[in-house]
Design a binder for this molecule. Structure first.
Ligand SMILES: [Mg+2]
Length: 393
């Protein structure tokens, strides 16, 4: 007989956090002293008493960072200002990052698990034992591209940033990489051996994970500087640094086109249709079998699907479909990203892909401030966007 699932009690949730936090300390991922992040709950920490209303019981050990899990009153100690910024540019990049952050603690969890314990707020620890506000490879590898463009760099510069990420933990919140896809790792190994970067990507049909789609967003903001042909070549080559199969390239081209259209101020439907037209015009004759693979996207049928027809896996087609589905289902940035996360599966990447679209569409001011201010190394990300913005104008 199938076991009845039940929601976790607060005690069980807290125990899970404690064991995850202990692991993080043991593995040297975090130091106990930097665990105190919830300003709202700081008073409990100062009293050496972790009691809070949300958990509503006894005393928790001191190393629990975020006792009032899902605390809406979180106030950071240092606010970073985004006055007069380009709402859609910053909204897209930071929205992508926050989608990633929300998914990191629950990556690989099942849909059933997310139904019994839905993510409603930013969380800490979980899958990778990482502290509050930690972003993963989706953001790191996007920052590698943003940084390279900000330096007027070519494919070599992007490749060197990828190597620095994998080898030295650059472009990470903690100076240490904790998450990388197999195809991406193998491709970066080739870059290290001196292979021309755009030849490094894997090209077999089995190499169609979402690893290039999850880091392609920055190209949506540079599209205007190039002709249609040049841009297509650029997107193809940036995907092919790690993912060189046509299926991954089509996903990236579709996503960049749609994100660009949103960036130009078009509505969701218009942006979606311009991406469908772009891909169909370009690939219908040369890759009819790929058009079949993407038929639910290109026919808009994906929008009529029920949740149980949406597969939230790391396969590039599934991830694109899931992101489109949540983007159209939600009526705010928050609704879009939370429904992405609560599909379970490859939560951080689908959160990031959907979060990028939603961040552009709803703008930076459409993203909850407490989430923006919770992003680790937010000042670093802001500086990278500023350098990038100078170069794309
Ligand atoms: Mg990730």
């Amino acid at each position: 007989m199938e076991e009845q699932r039940r929601p976790l009690t607060m005690r069980e949730k807290a125990d899970f956090d404690i064991s995850s936090a202990k692991r993080a300390i043991q593995q040297g991922i975090v130091k106990p002293k930097i665990l105190r992040q919830c300003w709202e709950c700081k008073k409990y920490l100062e009293q050496g008493n972790m009691y809070c209303e949300e958990y509503a019981y006894g005393t928790l050990p001191e190393y629990v960072m975020f006792p009032k899990k899902e605390c809406e009153k979180f106030v950071p100690n240092k606010e970073i200002s985004f006055d007069e910024c380009d709402e859609k540019l910053y909204g897209g990049i930071i929205g992508h990052c926050i989608g990633d952050i929300l998914g990191v603690p629950v990556e690989f969890s099942s849909r059933e698990e997310r139904c019994t314990d839905p993510v409603k707020e930013m969380r800490a620890y979980g899958t990778y034992s990482q502290p509050f506000g930690t972003w993963s490879d989706d953001t790191s590898l996007s920052l590698c591209l943003i940084d390279a463009i900000g330096k007027d760099g070519d494919y070599e510069v992007v490749a060197n940033n990828f190597i620095a990420y994998m080898e030295n933990g650059e472009f990470t919140p903690e100076g240490k990489m904790f998450d990388i896809g197999r195809t991406t790792q193998l491709s970066i190994e080739k870059m290290k051996q001196g292979v021309s970067p755009i030849e490094c990507g894997m090209k077999s049909e089995n190499d169609n994970g979402n690893g290039s789609l999850m880091r392609i967003l920055p190209l949506a903001f540079v599209k205007e500087k190039y002709s249609v042909e040049q841009m297509s070549e650029y997107v193809k080559n940036i995907s092919a640094l790690t993912h060189g199969h046509i299926r991954s390239i089509i996903a990236c081209e579709f996503y960049v086109e749609m994100a660009y259209s949103l960036y130009k101020g078009n509505g969701k439907e218009d942006a979606y249709r311009s991406a469908i037209k772009y891909i169909t015009d370009k690939y219908a004759c040369s890759y009819p079998e790929e058009m079949q693979i993407y038929s639910r996207v290109l026919s808009e049928k994906i929008l009529e699907c029920n949740a149980d027809e949406i597969r939230s896996t790391g396969y590039v087609v599934d991830s694109l479909e899931a992101s489109l589905w949540v983007f159209f289902k939600g009526n705010s940035y928050k609704e879009v990203v939370l429904s992405a996360i609560n599909l379970g599966g490859d939560t951080d990447t689908i959160g990031a892909i959907a979060g990028g679209l939603a961040g552009i569409h709803y703008g930076l001011s459409g993203i909850p401030t407490r989430w923006i201010q919770s992003v680790r190394k937010l000042d670093f990300i802001k500086e990278e966007i500023e350098k990038f913005e100078e170069k794309i104008q």
